[in-house]
Design a protein. Structure first.
Length: 149
């Protein structure tokens, strides 16, 4: 009976941890979206909408960036191949690596880079997905995907 109680407690703790992690990731994604949309508004552009499907795909790219940090996938395919089953007419990707999971710092870093800034301020994009994962090396890997229908 004691073993069963411990197993149940461990299961409950695991579920609570996963829910808390998911909520923190959602809060972080909302923060990034808010900072990105503030930059777009300042530039006279329409805001982006968060797309949950892109967020899932962004998580794949963030995990891959922890293995091979490039706008190319670890298996050698181009970054756009992650979108094989998703229709889009424009595609952009911003990657970053950091020591902290801080939304403001990442958006500031992207805005300080001409190529990343151009992606964020591209008038064609209407939606984004964002993910941040912690790599085995202790760093945080970010992937922001930008598209339009």
């Amino acid at each position: 009976m004691n073993l069963l109680r411990r197993m149940f407690s461990l299961l409950v703790f695991s579920v609570l941890f996963m829910l808390a992690s998911s909520a923190m990731a959602s809060d972080l994604a909302c923060e990034v979206l808010d900072y990105v949309n503030a930059e777009r508004q300042e530039a006279g552009l329409q805001p982006l909408a968060m797309d949950e499907g892109l967020a899932v795909i962004s998580e794949t790219r963030a995990r891959e960036a922890g293995v091979y940090f490039a706008h190319q996938r670890p298996d050698g395919r181009c970054a756009q191949s992650v979108m094989e089953d998703v229709p889009y007419s424009w595609f952009g990707e911003n990657l970053a690596v950091s020591t902290d999971a801080e939304a403001a710092e990442i958006v500031q870093a992207w805005m300080a880079s001409p190529a990343h800034r151009a992606n964020i301020l591209n008038r064609h994009y209407t939606k984004m997905g964002i993910a941040c994962t912690k790599g085995l090396d202790g760093y945080y890997y970010w992937a922001q995907l930008l598209t339009c229908d």
